[in-house]
Design a binder for this molecule. Structure first.
Ligand SMILES: *C/C=C(C)/C=C/C=C(C)/C=C/C1=C(C)CCCC1(C)C
Length: 238
């Protein structure tokens, strides 16, 4: 690739670069640790590695795209999320499996995450003028996931799956409640509808830059952090 330089004040390009490297390093870690992970947890740790690996490939592309065009790689951002968020749902299903989680629960989580992401994509791209409406629909699907993890089936199953799973589910619940809530913040900063019509960043280019930086930070926290919680759980023997 051409030798494009990241200007020292280009925080968007910088966070894409750091994001790529962090996702790569996390993937190597999860994959190599599979060898000394007990059989019972191996699939869960493998899924952690797949999440960061898929993100690493997308970040590598997004980094180059952003550096050479200066634009926000919205399409591949959402392709990444549509692959990785359902895999996070798979993690909830896998860790509660020994307490009897059913495939129906997995589909519920996946369906809600797809509604959340597809409506968010509409608000960011083809129907930007109604970004508030799409954001609200997306938010409803998001709160349904929060509900399932905190009070619904995931929470109940985790209680009967032993103290380690219950504890890990609680921490993952915080990731979903607080870590995932960073994304709507990026959306509010970056879309013309803003916060119910109040546009926080008026300049279009600055708004899109703010959005990318917020999304990049959120991805690093949520993908790597989430994976590490699963990894820590795999080190507990019960
Ligand atoms: C690895 C990627 C993750 C965990 C992505 C998560 C994305 C979200 C939780 C996005 C949520 C959104 C809303 C709740 C409303 C506005 C539109 C979205 C898609 C940014």
């Amino acid at each position: 690739m051409e030798n494009l330089k990241i200007a020292s004040d280009n925080y968007v390009a910088f966070t894409f670069f750091i994001g790529t490297m962090a996702m790569m390093a996390a993937s190597v870690f999860f994959f190599f640790e599979l060898n000394n992970t007990s059989k019972k947890w191996r699939t869960s740790v493998l899924v952690s590695g797949l999440i960061t690996f898929i993100a690493a490939v997308h970040y590598y592309y997004m980094r180059g795209y952003n550096l050479s065009t200066g634009d926000s790689p919205t399409f591949f951002r959402y392709v990444d999320w549509i692959l990785t968020v359902p895999l996070m749902c798979v993690e909830f299903y896998l860790i509660t499996k020994k307490a009897g989680s059913k495939i129906g629960l997995l589909w519920k989580l996946i369906f809600a995450s797809l509604v959340m992401l597809v409506t968010g994509y509409f608000g960011e791209t083809i129907d930007r003028d109604r970004s508030v409406l799409w954001g609200v629909i997306s938010g409803a699907a998001y709160f349904y996931i929060v509900y399932l993890v905190w009070f619904g089936e995931v929470a109940k199953l985790s209680q009967s799956a032993g103290p380690s799973v219950a504890k890990a589910t609680k921490i993952l619940g915080w990731f979903v409640l607080v870590g995932w809530a960073i994304y709507p913040l990026g959306y509010i900063l970056g879309t013309p509808g803003g916060l119910f019509g109040i546009q926080l960043v008026a300049d279009a280019a600055a708004a899109s830059h703010a959005m990318d930086i917020v999304y990049n930070i959120a991805d690093a926290i949520n993908k790597i952090g989430f994976g590490l919680v699963i990894y820590a759980l795999s080190r507990n023997e019960d």
